[in-house]
Design a protein around this ligand. Structure first.
Ligand SMILES: NC(=O)c1ccc[n+]([C@@H]2O[C@H](COP(=O)([O-])OP(=O)(O)OC[C@H]3O[C@@H](n4cnc5c(N)ncnc54)[C@H](O)[C@@H]3O)[C@@H](O)[C@H]2O)c1
Length: 440
């Protein structure tokens, strides 16, 4: 099949590369010329494990191409994926300007049948807007060209995106005409060879399904975070509570970890967008509003612990910070708790030396040349001259540190662990003060 992917970011590049991997001809379009230049030069603009090999293999095989030429991109694929960003607008609703610009480009330039697939996370009703935008452009040209609009939300996780795309749990397709449904079946047949994973539904339900999934996951995290705060007050240990409930199959083990708040490009914006969608329909989503409020508060929990230990005035204090990305195995810094924590420490006069295996370039881009933030090339190097260590992302390489060496290096030997990485007995046995989330 000939496939165009509009938007070559975390979702678009992974989708395009994986669709090429199963034999399709794929052209990835982006309006960011720098991204396309990096890709054409054989680089990868994001950190995503395994993606470099899939991209290289399919570029070499002549199945995967990159362009900034909108006309070429629209002409190329019968299937046109829209995978552009849908960032929050000022009021928290999803900003659809990029999605609708992509749709207008298609309407302006298409000459034959297209299936336009919304892969971006978009509010209920967006497919109607995409359909109308294309219709409007066709009408301006005075031509009639057939097309279908399909909703096909993406559930991949950054850090495991290639595997998630190649072996999806389910493939949600919202479509209402047979021609489009048949094409979607054929498109996804290579990804569901051992059992049917396609869940076909109406377009609006598909659009809502994506928000429901992310809202549910965010809810589990905020629920555990609130209980962690309570556990500390009551002298209980949230890790033991987690083990006590996760074994219940009605609850399950996933997304039960207490921590210093969820971040990333999806949960925060999707929770906000769903709240706005509901408000637009005259309904308050009380549970979800609480999920968001709890998460905003949780991003400050480590800062409160630091202030309790060192006082409100942190002038002259220096902190080592392990982990910047919003989660391990990605360089994505969007809404990362580390950003809030660093700003809060700066606000109180402190300085920070950070270490992250892959997100330091992205952090430099965000913080510019702020002299209060420096970077270390190894975890232990970040501790030189620091009063305490703050852990924000649970990278594997932080799992088994040398606590004796940490104790010997830090001025006030304290660890503030936002991801409950350790059995508290271990750092304490080395003479470290150890503060985690919801632990005794
Ligand atoms: N990142 C994730 O883990 C993830 C997972 C599932 C769903 N999603 C959703 O997928 C969508 C894309 O997310 P992302 O993280 O890949 O975003 P991203 O910011 O990494 O990539 C979006 C890309 O689209 C490009 N773009 C914008 N307008 C364009 C246009 N008119 N034509 C061509 N390119 C254009 C941008 O330059 C950018 O490179 C969002 O709606 C997001 O919510 C993301």
């Amino acid at each position: 099949m000939k496939i165009t992917v509009v938007g070559t970011g975390y979702v678009g590049l992974v989708s395009g590369a994986c669709l090429a991997e199963v034999g399709n001809d794929v052209l990835c379009l982006d309006v960011n010329p720098e991204k396309i230049r990096v890709l054409k030069d054989g680089g990868i603009p994001i950190h995503e494990p395994g993606l470099d090999q899939v991209v290289a293999r399919n570029v070499a095989a002549g199945r995967l191409h990159f362009t900034t030429d909108i006309e070429e991109a629209v002409r190329f694929g019968t299937i046109q994926f829209i995978a552009v960003g849908t960032p929050p607008d000022e009021d928290g609703s999803a900003d659809l300007q990029y999605v609708l610009a992509a749709a207008r480009n298609i309407g302006r330039l298409m000459n034959d049948y297209k299936v336009v697939i919304d892969k971006s996370t978009v509010p209920v009703g967006t497919a109607d807007k995409v359909r109308a935008a294309i219709a409007d452009e066709l009408q301006k040209r005075g031509v009639v060209v057939p097309y279908s609009v399909v909703s096909n939300p993406e559930f991949l996780k950054e850090g495991a995106a290639v595997d998630d795309f190649m072996r999806p749990d389910r493939i949600v397709v919202g479509a209402e005409d047979d021609q489009a449904i048949n094409l979607m079946r054929a498109l996804y047949a290579p990804f569901q060879r051992n059992h049917e994973k396609l869940v076909i539904m109406d377009v609006r339900s598909a659009e809502l399904t994506k928000y429901a999934a992310n809202a549910m996951l965010a809810t589990r995290i905020s629920f555990m975070n609130e209980l962690a705060v309570l556990a500390e007050k009551l002298g209980a240990d949230i890790e033991q509570v987690r083990q006590g409930i996760g074994s219940d199959p009605r609850i399950g083990w996933h997304f039960l970890y207490a921590g210093c708040g969820y971040g990333g490009s999806c949960f925060p914006k999707d929770v906000k967008a769903l709240i706005q969608t509901a408000a637009g329909a005259g309904q308050g989503l009380k549970v979800l509003q609480a999920v968001e409020d709890a998460n905003d508060a949780q991003k400050l929990v480590l800062v409160h612990k630091i202030v309790r230990r060192f006082g409100e005035d942190l002038a002259g204090k220096h902190f080592a910070l392990w982990g910047l990305a919003f989660k391990p195995n990605t360089d994505d810094m969007r809404e990362a708790p580390s950003r809030v924590i660093i700003h809060e420490l700066f606000k109180r006069g402190a300085t920070v030396t950070a270490y992250d295996p892959v997100a330091m370039d992205e952090t430099r881009r965000i913080f510019g040349d702020d002299s209060r933030l420096s970077y270390a090339s190894r975890p232990m190097q970040a501790l030189q001259g620091a009063d305490a260590l703050v852990i924000v992302t649970e990278w594997k390489e932080f799992r088994s540190p040398d606590f004796e060496a940490i104790k010997a290096t830090l001025k006030s030997p304290a660890i503030f662990d936002g991801r409950n990485m350790y059995d508290p007995a271990l750092p304490r046995a080395a003479g470290l003060e150890y503060e985690a989330i919801g632990r005794k």
